[in-house]
Design a protein around this ligand. Structure first.
Ligand code: ZN
Ligand code: ZN
Length: 358
């Protein structure tokens, strides 16, 4: 286990902060890390940490002990209950409807089971690679997705059709049991998930033969979604198409898109880069040429006297903006080719040309 962090650091306040400032800061963090609002797995740990820091720093006497003797001083003098009472008392209205009390009970119950929180199916990752042309037009996808789906035989109840669940007698259907623990002088009530029914409040007596009482089965579902024009490599979410969980909310489908490298074009954000080879003579004399674009081709004019690496911009010939109008541009770089082999006749002509310059 990691060493306890400094209480001031935990709350993001300074040693000279007033109680009001500390209170304000705690309120902000508590709303952020409340496990009912924050899905991350360490939210309840964070919540516990900030509540403990608040309990000490908001009380002048405890704060003084902490300033002088650190964590050891506080731990030696005060019980957990004493410390957490600070946040519990000051912010009992913060989440309304006793929400604050239940969160403290949840935190101190072993296993941290938040039985009242709705369960969520897990996400599914689907990987696909698309071309730059797909990026231009977008792509309709239709896939057969293997996932956990609600059992269609028992409709997600887990019971053999015609039978019902029985109320758990250990917890009287509550799904949780209250236990009283004493800590020093104070006794502390904790709420733990019922072990007999694993927090469900009911027990399946005759399991469904299809899902064996698990309420869900592996299945295949046809799913269609659109990859919008303008996407880049990365993860995109199709909400609710992940694994199902009866009585809870579905997970999401995460589509991991990889845009394949293009043989001719290089992409940078919404812009496209293309190298066009031009002969030394064409660069000197000027010429109209045809260049490829994502849409087809475009005629461009290489001006006479064009220098190597001249850039010609084709406005609006790049990649579409994602979720908005307009497109990026295409940049054509003029690469001037110097002939590597010349016959005698060609050499003479170039010599003549050179002499004409003198
Ligand atoms: Zn039970
Ligand atoms: Zn079933």
């Amino acid at each position: 286990m990691a060493a306890k962090r400094d209480y001031y650091e935990v709350l993001g306040v300074s040693k000279t902060s007033s109680v009001d400032e500390i209170k304000k800061q705690y309120r902000k963090l508590a709303l952020k890390f409340h496990p009912d609002r924050n899905q991350s797995t360490d939210a309840s740990e964070h919540f516990k940490e900030i509540s403990e820091a608040y309990g000490v720093l908001s009380d002048p006497e405890k704060r003084k002990v902490y300033d002088q003797h650190g964590h050891a001083g506080v731990d030696g003098r005060y019980s957990n209950d004493d410390i957490f009472q600070g946040a519990r008392g000051d912010f009992s209205d913060l989440f309304g409807g006793g929400g604050f009390d239940s969160i403290f009970e949840s935190i101190f119950g072993r296993g941290g089971g938040f039985s009242s929180r709705q369960q969520r199916g897990s996400d599914i990752l689907f990987e696909t690679s698309i071309t730059l042309e797909d990026v231009l037009h977008g792509k309709k996808m239709e896939i057969d997705l293997q996932k956990e789906i609600k059992c269609h035989i028992c409709n997600g109840s887990g019971c053999k059709p015609g039978t019902n669940k029985k109320t758990c007698s250990s917890c009287n259907g509550q799904g949780q049991v209250r236990k009283s623990r004493s800590m020093g002088f104070a006794s502390f009530v904790t709420v733990e998930p019922c072990s007999a029914c694993r927090g469900q409040g009911s027990i399946i007596e005759t399991p469904c033969s299809e899902c064996k009482g698990k309420t869900k089965t592996k299945g295949t579902k046809k799913i269609s979604f659109d990859i919008p024009p303008g996407v880049d490599s990365g993860d995109y979410t199709v909400p609710n198409e992940g694994n199902e969980i009866p009585g809870g909310v579905n997970g999401d489908l995460i589509v991991r898109i990889r845009v394949q490298p293009h043989p001719q074009f290089k992409r940078d954000g919404m812009d496209i880069f293309y190298d066009q080879n031009v002969s030394m003579v064409d660069a000197a004399l000027g010429r109209e040429i045809i260049v490829p674009t994502l849409d087809g081709t475009e005629k461009i004019k290489v001006e006479s006297g064009s220098q190597p690496n001249t850039i010609i911009k084709l406005k609006g010939k790049g990649v579409p903006h994602l979720n908005s109008r307009g497109r990026g541009d295409q940049y054509v770089r003029i690469v001037v080719n110097i002939p590597k082999k010349l016959n005698k006749h060609q050499k003479n002509i170039l010599d003549e040309f050179q002499k004409s310059l003198e």
